[in-house]
Design a protein around this ligand. Structure first.
Ligand code: CDP
Ligand code: MG
Length: 135
């Protein structure tokens, strides 16, 4: 089923010059770019994106990280895009991410882990609305 998912190439990966390599992973998997924007977000916007994480111990440094420099916000489309992008990304902690996943290849740490992707179609709809309006 054709689906949309929301993705962030996080500030660590943009600063390291890994944007092109990461975008290629999606395109080579047959996913297509529907929306794409380089932007810097502030802390209150990070709070809205990570609303389910606000009370976590790891949130204050995560908020700092996500606002430290430019990131790439993306909407990707394709059959089963939500699950397929999560599989391409690998585990949150790159030290246990499967070989060949984006996080295994590009993430620095559990926090600075290169990419974000929606975890369900419902989350994708919320995140696409937050970042791109209803587009
Ligand atoms: O991004 P993903 O859905 O794989 O992981 P999450 O559990 O929803 O956590 C969101 C983000 O918080 C992660 O991608 C990490 O950047 C960060 N995080 C962290 O800094 N420390 C943790 N112990 C867990 C997550
Ligand atoms: Mg998550």
């Amino acid at each position: 089923m054709l689906e949309q998912t929301f993705v962030i190439i996080k500030p660590d990966a943009v600063a390291a010059g890994n944007v092109g390599a990461i975008l290629s992973r999606y395109e080579e998997a047959g996913l297509r770019i529907h929306r794409m924007d380089l932007r810097v977000i502030d802390g209150s916007f990070a709070d809205r994106h990570y609303v389910e994480h606000l009370e976590r111990d790891y949130y204050p440094p995560l908020r700092e990280f996500m606002t430290e420099g430019p990131l790439i916000a993306l909407v990707l489309t394709g059959d089963g895009a939500v699950a397929r992008v999560r599989a391409l990304h690998g585990a949150t902690d790159p030290s246990v991410a499967d070989h060949g996943t984006i996080r295994a290849d590009f993430a620095e740490s559990t926090r600075r882990n290169a990419v974000h992707a929606s975890d369900s179609p419902e989350t994708a709809a919320r995140e696409i609305g937050l970042w791109f309006g209803e587009g």
